[in-house]
Design a protein around this ligand. Structure first.
Ligand code: SF4
Length: 442
C-alpha cells in the first residue's frame, strides 16, 4: 500500500546495462531538471510519482535483468506505490511490440532515439540548448563522455547496431564544450565511450579524428585523466598511439574488445582481423605507449567453438598477458548473423569455458599487480571506507577494473583528489598502499 504521498513532478530513473546507457539517463535527468522536475537516480526516497526504466537488450542475462526491473515496477504501479511507469532504452527499442503485449501495465515504451517524445509524455519540452549538459549519476570527479552513437560494424554476434542504429559522431566542438563544463564543475577524469570509439569522425569529417579529439580534450584545464574505452582492433588509427604517448593526462590505458583469437572464429564473427594481425597490433601498442595497460573482452562458447579453439584461447590469454580482461558466455541473439548458426555449445559448457579463461587471467593479473609493489603511483581517490580510502590507478577504470586500498596516516585525503601512493601489497584484483603526497591535478 502507498506509504507516502507521491510527488507529481518527481521522477525516479533506473539504469540498466552499460556506461552508454548511464550517459543517456544523465541526459534525460538533465532535461527533466531543466523542466523543473525533481529527479533521483537508482536509490530513492520512494515518493516519486513517475519511474523511468532505461533498459539493456544486449545479451540474455541483461535482457532478463531488464524484464525483472520492469515487472518489479509494474507491481509497484499496481499497488499504488507509483503513478506512472515509462520504459526506454535498448530492450524497449528491440522488443517494443512484445513488451506492450506482455507487460501492458507500463504507460509507454520508447526507443533509443525517443527522448523528445518521452519528455512530451511527461509534459516536458526537449531543450536543444541543453545538448552537452546532463545530470551526472557518477561521483562528480569522473564522468563518462559518449563521443558517438551507434555502430557500422558487422560483428556476427552483436545486436547493438539493431538497437542503436548507424554510427553517428558528435561534433568535436560540442565534446570540448562539454568537457570544459564538466571540468569547471569538478570532473577530473573523462572516460570516452562509444560502441566503437576508433571510428570517431569518419562519418562527420570523412576521416578518423580520435587522435585530434584526445589532444583537444587533453588541453582542457582541470582534466587530469582521459581514458579510452571500446576501441576496435581492425583499422585501429595508429595516430591515437602518438597522442597517448605524448600527452601525460591521456591515460596509458586502452580498452579494446578482441572477442577471440582463433582465426576460424574471428572470420565467422566478421571481425575483419586475424590472430597474427591482432598480436602485431598489441605489440605495436605496447611498443609505442610504454607501460600501457590493455583491457580486453572475450566471448566463450561461440557457435562451433571446438575444445581445441577454447584451449587456444586459454594459452593465448596466458601468452598475451592482458592487464585487465572480461569474458562473456556467448548469447544467441535473434536477428544477428550468428543466429543462423547452431548454438551448439551447451550453456553449462559456455559457463565452464568462461570461468576457465578467468582462471588463467587471475594468475596473469596477480603477476601484473605484484610487479607494482614498491612503486609510487598516482591514484584518484573514489571513496572512503571506514579509516581507509579506495581509489584507482590510471590503469583502472571504475566499476570494471582493480582498486587501490589506501592507508593515509599523515594526510586527510578527499574524494576526487589525486594522491601519490606507494604500493605495499598486491592481490589478483587489488593493490594496497600508503599515501604520502596529495596532488590537486596530475
Ligand atoms: S563493434 Fe561489433 S561488437 Fe561492438 S557494438 Fe559494433 S557490432 Fe557490436
Amino acid at each position: 500500500m502507498r506509504a507516502k504521498s507521491l510527488k507529481k513532478n518527481k521522477v525516479h530513473v533506473v539504469t540498466l546495462g552499460c556506461s552508454k546507457n548511464l550517459f543517456d539517463s544523465e541526459v534525460l535527468m538533465g532535461q527533466l531538471r531543466a523542466n523543473k522536475f525533481e529527479v533521483e537516480h537508482e536509490a530513492g526516497a520512494g515518493d516519486a510519482a513517475v519511474v523511468v526504466i532505461n533498459t539493456c537488450g544486449f545479451v540474455e542475462d541483461a535482457k532478463k535483468e531488464s524484464i525483472d526491473a520492469i515487472l518489479r515496477w509494474a507491481d509497484a504501479k499496481k499497488t499504488g506505490e507509483i503513478d506512472k511507469l515509462l520504459v526506454t532504452g535498448c530492450l524497449s527499442e528491440r522488443y517494443k511490440e512484445a513488451l506492450e503485449r506482455d507487460i501492458p501495465e507500463v504507460d509507454a515504451y520508447f526507443g533509443t532515439h525517443d527522448l523528445p517524445r518521452l519528455l512530451k509524455t511527461l509534459g516536458a519540452d526537449y531543450k536543444k540548448e541543453l545538448v552537452g549538459e546532463r545530470l551526472l549519476a557518477t561521483p562528480r570527479h569522473y564522468a563518462y563522455l559518449k563521443i558517438s552513437e551507434g555502430c557500422d560494424r558487422p560483428c556476427s554476434f552483436c545486436a547493438i547496431p539493431l538497437m542503436r542504429g548507424k554510427h553517428v559522431s558528435r561534433p568535436l566542438e560540442e565534446l570540448i564544450g562539454e568537457a570544459r563544463r564538466l571540468a569547471a564543475a569538478g570532473t577530473r577524469e573523462l572516460l570516452l565511450i562509444a560502441q566503437d570509439s576508433t571510428y570517431y569522425g569518419l562519418d562527420l569529417y570523412g576521416q578518423r579524428r580520435l587522435a585530434d579529439l584526445l589532444r583537444a580534450l587533453s588541453d582542457v584545464d582541470g582534466i587530469g585523466w582521459i581514458r579510452l574505452h571500446y576501441a576496435f582492433p581492425t583499422g585501429f588509427p595508429r595516430d591515437v598511439l602518438g597522442a597517448m604517448a605524448e600527452r601525460p593526462n591521456v591515460c596509458k590505458y586502452l580498452d579494446m574488445p578482441l572477442q577471440h583469437c582463433a582465426d576460424r572464429l574471428l572470420a565467422s564473427m566478421r571481425r575483419g582481423i586475424t590472430r597474427m594481425e591482432t598480436e602485431a597490433l598489441v605489440h605495436e601498442i605496447r611498443d609505442r605507449v610504454p607501460g600501457i595497460a590493455l583491457r580486453t573482452t572475450l566471448i566463450a562458447g561461440y557457435p562451433g567453438e571446438t575444445q581445441a579453439e577454447h584451449d587456444e584461447m586459454l594459452s593465448w590469454v596466458e601468452k598475451m598477458r592482458f592487464d585487465r580482461l572480461g569474458v562473456f558466455p556467448y548469447s544467441h541473439e535473434e536477428d544477428t548473423t550468428a543466429f543462423a548458426l547452431a548454438d551448439d555449445v551447451p550453456a553449462a559448457e559456455k559457463k565452464r569455458r568462461a570461468e576457465a579463461v578467468m582462471e588463467v587471467q587471475r594468475a596473469v593479473s596477480l603477476t601484473v599487480n605484484q610487479a607494482k609493489v614498491g612503486r609510487v603511483l598516482p591514484v584518484l581517490v573514489d571513496r572512503r571506507e571506514g579509516r581507509r580510502w579506495i581509489g584507482r590507478t590510471e590503469h583502472d577504470s571504475p566499476e570494471v577494473d582493480n582498486e587501490v586500498v589506501i592507508r593515509s596516516p599523515q594526510h586527510d585525503l578527499a574524494v576526487g583528489n589525486f594522491a601519490s601512493v606507494r604500493v605495499a601489497a598486491a592481490s589478483e584484483y587489488d593493490l594496497t598502499g600508503e599515501a604520502f603526497f596529495i596532488q590537486t591535478v596530475v
